[in-house]
Design a protein around this ligand. Structure first.
Ligand code: F6P
Length: 555
């Protein structure tokens, strides 16, 4: 009897085929089944929780079993993850389209520790820049950086966008209440429309404001235009030549020292990082200078130490116990095998309000691609659409849809166990109670996501409205406290998650060709709008044309 090739194909054992079959089998089992209150479920839950330092991750509300994890780990081995991880740390050319390594880990490699073979020169360069950065930061902190009119700097306006903004801004916001003696105000400006700059120009003292111009390429229009306006403001308000402002009140951070020099930034005020640190992986490099300006060098170093601890763990831990590997595998399982198209990030702490935006760039700009490293199209979704907000506030906004709407999502619930300190005992107690309330809400929502109607306590059955869909898989990530070390470890965890998934999906996570065309189109439309001859033709379509007409009419 003849066997059809597709039937034969199905019988060939590969980790991917095994995972597909296993996913089909698991579809029949809901999270309520997996979380029954019996011995088996308790053992399952216990085996899916992991602690590393002050970070705890619990996968027990994911739609998976130990067998799923074994299959996923087998898949990771079959993709050569161990060798690729080693190649990453050894400075191999993992960014093949741009022909360069990806060595952001060098920026957090401790000065006194021998780097892995292949990373030595990179780590040395990063340490030199870190020393230079430290001395510039100290000059500001000690009141020894003087502006063009001789007054000491009190405020920093950090101008950057994408990776030159999201990471530093997230860290600045998250750790703003860390104990520090530093009294420098740090303000972030990213949007190209000038709307964030305007209020700062109205309130800051131009004589004591230092502009940090953060741009890897030093050509990004958003940043260049904001910088131009900010420089005009300083020069105008202080009645000083713009060239003088550039000499005294501008600090440049870029991978293009020539461009910084051309811009009029003295070499002493330039901080450099190399092309082998991708923009969205760059907060550890001098791109993070404004973090150090705001929080002090000690906090910045603690952030790097936390990230380095995660690097060590990622580098040396067997795949089955390796947190970034597990987070990556669980994410791929949800996206590729359970076909869950979106992933929501829900921090239960207002200080992490920019975490989702930061992760959007990190994950979607890295792995949102459908052509593999071998040039072939990938026939399944890579990287879910990532979104999110501060959990307690989102409960009053979009949770309704997640509980009773028709969409399936996966989620990361992120909570902080320890509260903030406060000198007044009464207020400390009140804040502690707010912390407990927040944690209770986080646990309750994660339970409801997983169990749906089965989360209704027996005493309330029949009284509560039903129709909670449940079966929405989620991970809990618990931090002991929101300190610099834990935050560093958390962000490095996500960075390595991205790398792990890129290996599973055979993607280059370190380039972003899909963002270039939009910039080109915008530049010729800009020329049209300001009445200059466009460098490239505009592709005309009636919809854009009529909008242009309306815009011109209203301008
Ligand atoms: O929008 C794409 C992008 O190139 C990001 O990858 C990058 O982080 C951002 O723009 C900013 O780029 P730059 O640091 O070169 O100004």
């Amino acid at each position: 009897m003849e066997t059809s090739s597709s039937a034969l194909h199905q019988r060939v054992y590969t980790p991917l085929n095994a995972l597909a079959a296993h996913a089909e089998h698991l579809q029949a089992q809901s999270l309520s089944d997996l979380l029954e209150n019996d011995d088996t479920a308790q053992q399952r839950a216990a085996s899916l929780a992991y602690t590393l330092g002050s970070l705890h991750i619990d996968f027990s509300k994911q739609r998976l079993t130990q067998q799923t994890l074994s299959l996923l780990v087998e898949w990771a081995y079959s993709c050569g993850l161990e060798a690729k991880r080693q190649a990453l740390f050894a400075g191999a050319e993992v960014n093949s389209s741009e022909k360069r390594p990806a060595l952001h880990m060098a920026a957090r490699w401790p000065a006194k520790k021998l780097p892995p073979e292949g990373m030595e020169a990179a780590a040395k360069f990063c340490q030199q820049q870190r020393t230079k950065m430290a001395s510039l930061v100290q000059r500001v902190h000690q009141g020894e950086w003087f502006g063009a009119t001789g007054q000491a700097i009190t405020d920093i306006v950090h101008i950057g966008v994408g990776g030159s903004d999201l990471g530093p801004k997230l860290v600045s916001e998250s750790l703003a209440d860390c104990p520090s003696r530093v009294k420098v105000g740090v303000h972030y400006v990213s949007t190209m429309d000038g709307s964030q700059l305007l209020p700062l120009m109205e309130t800051l003292n131009p004589a004591t404001t230092l502009l940090v111009l953060a741009s890897k390429s030093f050509t990004t229009a958003d940043t260049q235009f904001n910088a131009r306006t900010a420089l005009l403001w300083l020069s105008d308000a202080l009645e000083v030549e713009e060239a003088t402002i550039r000499r005294y009140q501008l600090l440049g951070v870029s991978a293009k020292p020539d461009k910084m020099t051309e811009f009029g930034i003295p070499e002493a005020h330039q901080l450099e990082f190399k092309e082998w640190i991708g923009g969205r992986f760059s907060l550890w490099s001098p791109i993070g200078v404004s973090i150090a300006m705001q929080l002090g060098l000690e906090q910045f170093d603690a952030l790097l130490d936390g990230a380095h601890a995660m690097d060590q763990h990622f580098m040396a831990t067997p795949l089955k116990d390796n947190l970034p590997v597990l987070v990556g595998l669980v994410g791929a399982w949800n996206c590729q095998f359970l076909n869950i198209p979106t992933h929501v990030v829900l921090p239960y702490d207002g200080r992490l309000k920019s975490l989702a935006a930061y992760l959007q760039q990190l994950e979607m700009e890295s792995n949102g691609k459908s052509v593999g490293l071998d040039g072939r199209s990938i026939n399944h979704a890579t990287c879910p659409i990532l979104w999110g907000d501060v959990g307690p506030n989102a409960q009053h906004a979009f949770y309704q849809l997640l509980h009773q709407g028709g969409h399936t999502v996966s989620a990361d619930f992120i909570a902080i166990a320890g509260g903030s300190s406060f000198p007044s005992a009464q207020i400390y107690t009140a804040l502690k109670e707010q912390g407990a309330l927040t944690l209770a809400n986080c646990l309750a929502q994660a339970q409801l996501f997983a169990l749906g109607d089965d989360a209704i306590p027996p005493s309330l059955r029949g009284y509560m409205a039903q129709g909670y869909r449940g079966n929405q898989p989620n991970s809990a990530i618990l931090l002991k406290t929101l300190d610099a070390w834990s935050l560093g470890a958390l962000l490095a965890l996500y960075e390595h998650k991205v790398f792990v998934q890129s290996v599973l999906w055979n993607i280059n996570p370190f380039d972003q060709p899909g963002v270039e065309l939009g910039k080109q189109l915008a530049s010729s439309l800009y020329q049209t709008l300001v009445g200059q001859p466009a460098q490239h033709d505009n592709v005309e379509d009636p919809s854009t044309a009529q909008l242009l007409r309306k815009v011109n009419e209203w301008r």
